[in-house]
Each structure stands twice: as C-alpha cells, then as structure tokens.
Design a protein around this ligand. Structure first.
Ligand code: NAG
Length: 325
C-alpha cells in the first residue's frame, strides 16, 4: 500500500535525524562448569495459582532440579488479567513469588512483557523495586542475555501488533515510552540485527511468528522480524501468547518456532491447520518447555501438568557449522 511505502521512505530519514543509540542492555549469564546450559521456558502464567498454574510450577520445580537449570525464561503475559496495577500490586507475590517456590526455580528469571501486561502499569514490571521484593525478577522491554554458549535476544513484540493501537476494543494499553510506534519498532529491529559468535542464537518474544493456535501467526512479526532472524542465523524463536505448547519447523530456514504459553489457563479448543507444513507438535493443555544446550547439541522438550514428556526434539551442530539439522 502507498502508506507503507511512505513509511519505508520516512524511517531512514528519522534515523538520520535522531541520535538513536541503538544498543540493547546486555546481561552476562555464566554457563555451567562443563560449558553446558539449561533453562525452562514458561509463558502466560500469573493467575494466583489458578488454572493449574501451581501444578505446572511444581513440575517445573522437579524438572528444574533434574536438569540443574541455570535460569528461567518467561515469554510474557506475566500477570492476568491486566498486568500489574503498580509496583505495590500484591499480584506480584501472589502470582510469582508464592507460586514458583521450588529450590531449583530460585534462579534468575528473564521476562518480557505480553499484551496483557501492557493493559496495566507496564512500567511497574520493569521497575527495580520488584527485584528488591524478589531478587529473581528481571523484566525489560528488550534486552540481550549473553549466556556464552547462547545469545538470547528478548524482543518487545506487543508494539508490533497494529490492532492494539487501531482497534483496542475496551482495553486501555499503557503505551508510555512506545509512541511514536513506527519509530520504536524501527529502532528495535535495528538493534535486533546484530552479529554474534555465540554457538546458539535464540530470540524470545511474547507473540508467535508462526502458530496454529487461537491467535495464529503474527503478521507484523512475520513481515518485519522474521527476515532479521534469518539474516542472523537464529536457531530458535520462542514465544507465548497462544496458551498451548507447540513446535513448528520453518519450511524455508533452519529456524524452529517454539510456543510455550501454557503456564495457566489453557484448553482453548481452537486449533487451525493441524496439517500445516513443518508442524511437529501441538498440545492444547497446560505445561512448559525445557532447553538443554551443549556446543554440539540442543535438546528441546515439552512437559504437561503431570511432568510427562509430550515431545522431544534434538538439533546437532558440527564445529563451526551454524545450521541445525
Ligand atoms: C488441569 O489439568 C488437568 C490435566 O491436564 C485437566 O484435566 C484440567 O482440565 C486442568 N484444569 C484446568 C482448569 O484447566
């Protein structure tokens, strides 16, 4: 459309005029002594333990111990229904601190915001005050975790979705720090396109690029973010948003699309295209995902509310080879 062409012309001009630093905040996450790394991925969870949230948390605790995890990744929609009201909102403790109590989960949590988090005080979740209440908590809009073996880029995907701005229905979104949207997105994409020597490259966002669940693909991410993931040789894109567990292999690149958004309310019963090319696994119920990495191997596994393994998948890398098989 003419309008989009206009944007393509204008965005480079905005770059030229503004002094955008273009650097994401970076965190160093040491791997284990043997160089391996393991972590759990959970999304769409904060419901004060309801909808099997506590059961999933308890299985995460067991699996976290077994895999000796280094950290936990949260794919967003951390607090339902409408994020946190403020830094003093007790939902933080009721849905996080008092739920994920297992010893093995007393590690760093790296979180992004989901669309529901933007319906409250989005900045509250980014506040260092929450880290004072629970030292595990770290949530930023977009940031990088350098875990030696892996580089993980966390991307704030909610501002990509145009309909939240144009047709918010009866929801009020906290767009402080986001407007003008196009500038925000363009800057973020510029930061996301980067060289890295890490063996495994992972990108985490709330919204799916590809999903056969209720929300389906996120068109804006497929258009703007996916080409960057391909150019960067990203191995895994991990997301929540659809309250399910799923694994889709890209048909045009080695990228694996992994949805872990089943931290509490699930069983939506809305599945599209079960015959979709590249679809390896889909589960409509609650659960979580684990990731184990070494120099040459990645193992992804999905678990249900009883801790049963539903799907397991391996990727191998030769020395110096950046494509998974
Ligand atoms: C909790 O998990 C069990 C086992 O999957 C399921 O049968 C039940 O419906 C779940 N409860 C809710 C509220 O989703």
């Amino acid at each position: 459309m003419g309008c989009d062409r206009w944007v393509m012309l204008v965005i480079p001009i905005i770059y030229a005029l503004s002094n955008v630093s273009g650097e994401l905040k970076r965190f160093e996450q040491p791997s284990k002594g043997d160089g391996s790394l393991s972590f759990l991925v959970i999304g769409d969870w904060g419901r004060r333990g309801a909808f099997n949230q506590s059961q999933v948390a308890s299985q995460m605790g067991k699996m976290g111990e077994k895999l000796d995890i280094d950290f936990v990744v949260s794919t967003g929609d951390n607090f339902y229904d409408n994020g946190l009201r403020s830094v003093h909102d007790l939902a933080f403790e009721e849905s996080f601190t008092n739920i994920y109590t297992a010893n093995s989960l007393q590690k760093q949590w790296y979180s992004v915001l989901g669309n529901h988090d933007y319906r409250g005080d989005a900045e509250a979740q980014l506040s260092p005050l929450l880290t004072k209440i629970d030292t595990r908590w770290l949530c930023l809009r977009s940031f990088i975790v350098n875990a030696e073996l892996a580089e993980i880029i966390f991307v704030d995907t909610t501002p990509f979705v145009k309909s939240y701005f144009q047709d918010p229905e009866d929801h009020i979104y906290d767009w402080r720090g986001i407007n003008p949207r196009k500038h925000y997105i363009a800057n973020l994409l510029k930061c996301a396109l980067r060289e890295s020597n890490a063996k495994w490259k992972i990108v985490v966002g709330h919204h799916a690029i590809k999903s056969v669940g209720h929300h389906g693909d996120t068109r804006e991410l497929a258009t703007h973010l996916l080409p960057i993931l391909k150019a960067n040789n990203v191995d895994f894109y991990m997301n929540g948003h659809d309250h399910c567990l799923e694994h889709i292999s890209d048909t045009e690149s080695p990228i694996q699309f992994l949805t872990s958004g089943a931290g509490s309310k699930a069983w939506r019963g809305d599945v599209k295209q079960l015959n979709r090319e590249g679809l390896k696994f889909f589960y409509d119920g609650q659960g979580f995902m684990s990731v184990q990495l070494t120099q040459s191997n990645a193992e992804i596994a999905f678990y249900d509310v009883d801790g049963k393994i539903l799907h397991r998948w391996n990727a191998f890398k030769q020395f110096g080879d950046h494509s998974s098989i």
